[in-house]
Design a protein around this ligand. Structure first.
Ligand code: ATP
Length: 507
């Protein structure tokens, strides 16, 4: 086999954390190579070393068989390595062609090469079947197309090896399908792709080989065709993992949250939720299935008191919430807690130490100290307990929030909301970016809350998750609730039709 990339005995430490321990990896040219591992296993660190964001403490990188020194992304690009980031590095007001040129040519030469750049982009777009308007303004493109621009940018700079770190976390299922089609086209042209993902079905569907990391070490590299999701899960976590949630049928209790005719508009005045009516009872999980962007986020935010509805009523434990009480603080006091979908924008403050992020919204609670002075010792001890329970790594309450890996940040937000003993819990995308062992834990925790009588509203773009966890499922399309099903009596196809807006009458 011809190697595109060889990493030999890479080591990297961050203080006490040994993020990469003697890691070796061999990626064959012209293949799609998956990397999986628990949150904090060291995947992003390894890729950051390969792309020159971090320098390894020791170890060797070979590209095409030759040792190279990669000290910056510029070195990586020169060596033919491109990276597609989870948070895109594009300049939104500029066009596609301007974004591609930016940084690729010297400032003053920017205009000079435009015709050449256009011709080259047209060729790349043709070769890989990339349909993209090079004059479009990047900020106006969908997330899926912006990701395409990132890929185009890397190819334009001569990338033979593309690194994608959780590329589908931000995509709709249709956009994800289109991405995998593109990756296959790249492979057919001899490009090499390194794909980090937590979704084992993507590994099974798209990769040739898969490497597993656990606690900073590389524990296995397997041919995808000869492995299976349970085997990968066990290698990642070091024990068997239940890929399905076990839960018993339960009879729901009295209604807790009754929503009628709720309509919500966004900041631009566009109607995002149109006359939604439903009830959540004690001891049941109600899932909302829908392609993202169909009003689910706005619905959650309105119920959490973060958006004022323009129409409709919300009753909590039989009492109508008057407009004056419709705010996040009051809703939390009543026992309605919320795990927001976008943890970095709404759930945490990256620059705060974790123990401060872990009390956001609850800092007036008496156990955290008296009066305006918060008791740091108690906050730290409280978070240390939760970190142990939720297996947050590293279990360091004083570490800055931004220094935790994505999945571990998610666990901190979940622990904060779930452990406050809610009556009703609103959860958006609870397992986005979270590894398989943590998904099992979070699902069990949600089912345990249900069994203890909590009413749960679950919004997720993962249909498996909705079908696995929910007792009842509502579908949303274009801001409307288009159907309701018992989870035991529906299928993906059935839900797919309702999610696409095919209503009962039409079906
Ligand atoms: N800049 C940093 N400073 C301190 N610690 C860091 C830094 N970057 C990463 N770490 C630590 O290194 C370890 C590996 O993190 P890394 O982001 O590589 O994990 P990952 O496998 O990509 O996880 P996830 O799947 O959650 O994204 C973690 O314990 C993390 O907290």
């Amino acid at each position: 086999m011809t190697s595109a990339i060889q990493l030999n005995a890479i080591n990297k430490r961050f203080g006490a954390v040994h993020a990469n321990k003697d890691v070796s990896l061999d990626v064959e040219r012209g293949t799609i190579h998956g990397i999986v591992g628990e949150n904090g296993a060291g995947k992003s660190t390894l890729m950051s070393i390969l792309y020159g964001f971090y320098e390894a403490d020791s170890g060797e990188i070979r590209v095409g068989g030759h040792p190279v020194s990669i000290r910056s992304p510029a070195d990586a690009i020169r060596a033919g390595i491109g990276m597609v980031h989870q948070h895109f590095m594009l300049v939104e007001p500029l066009s596609v062609v301007e974004n591609v040129m930016l940084g690729a040519e010297g400032g003053a030469l920017l205009r000079k090469g435009e015709a050449k750049v256009r011709a080259e982009l047209a060729r790349l777009a043709r070769d890989y079947g990339l349909q993209i308007d090079v004059d479009a303004t990047v900020g106006e493109l969908s997330v899926g197309l912006q990701q395409r621009v990132e890929i185009l940018k890397a190819l334009y700079r001569g990338a033979d090896i593309l690194i994608l770190d959780e590329p589908t976390a931000v995509l709709t299922p249709a956009e994800a399908d289109a991405l995998f089609e593109l990756l296959r086209a790249l492979k057919a042209q001899g490009k090499t792709v390194i794909l980090i993902t937590h979704k084992l079905r993507e590994i099974m569907a798209a990769t040739d080989r898969v490497s597993v990391m656990r606690r900073g070490e590389m524990v296995a590299t397997l041919e995808t065709a000869t492995t299976s999701p349970p085997e990968l899960a066990e290698l990642m976590v070091g024990r068997r993992v239940l890929l399905r949630v076990e839960k018993e049928e339960r009879k729901p209790g009295p209604p807790l949250l009754e929503v009628s005719d709720l309509s919500v508009v966004d900041a631009r005045g566009v109607l995002r939720v149109a006359r939604a009516s439903f009830t959540i009872h004690a001891g049941e999980i109600v899932g909302i299935a829908g392609v993202s962007g169909n009003g689910q986020s706005e619905l959650l935010e309105a119920l959490a008191g973060m958006r004022r509805p323009v129409l409709g009523t919300i009753r909590f434990e039989g009492r109508e919430i008057p407009p004056g009480e419709h705010n996040p603080h009051r809703m939390r006091q009543l026992g309605l807690l919320h795990v927001p979908e976008d943890r970095l924008r709404m759930g945490l403050v990256p620059a705060f130490p974790a123990f401060e992020s872990a009390v956001l919204g609850f800092s007036d609670e008496p156990q955290l100290g008296r009066g305006p002075i918060l008791d740091h010792g108690r906050m730290v001890a409280d978070l240390a307990r939760k970190m142990e329970q939720y297996d947050v790594r590293p279990p360091a309450p004083r570490l800055k929030t931004s220094k935790f890996s994505g999945g571990n940040q998610q666990k901190i937000v979940l622990a904060r909301e779930i452990e406050r003993k809610p009556k009703v819990l609103l959860v958006g995308q609870p397992t986005r970016g979270v590894d398989i062992g943590a998904i099992e834990f979070i699902h069990r925790r949600l089912v345990a809350l249900r069994d203890a009588g909590v009413g749960i509203l679950l919004v997720s773009v993962e249909l498996d998750e909705i079908m696995n966890l929910s007792d009842r499922i509502l579908t949303m399309c274009g801001g409307q609730i288009t159907g309701e099903r018992r989870a035991s009596e529906t299928s993906e196809q059935d839900l797919g039709l309702l999610m696409a807006g095919v209503t009962e009458e039409a079906a």
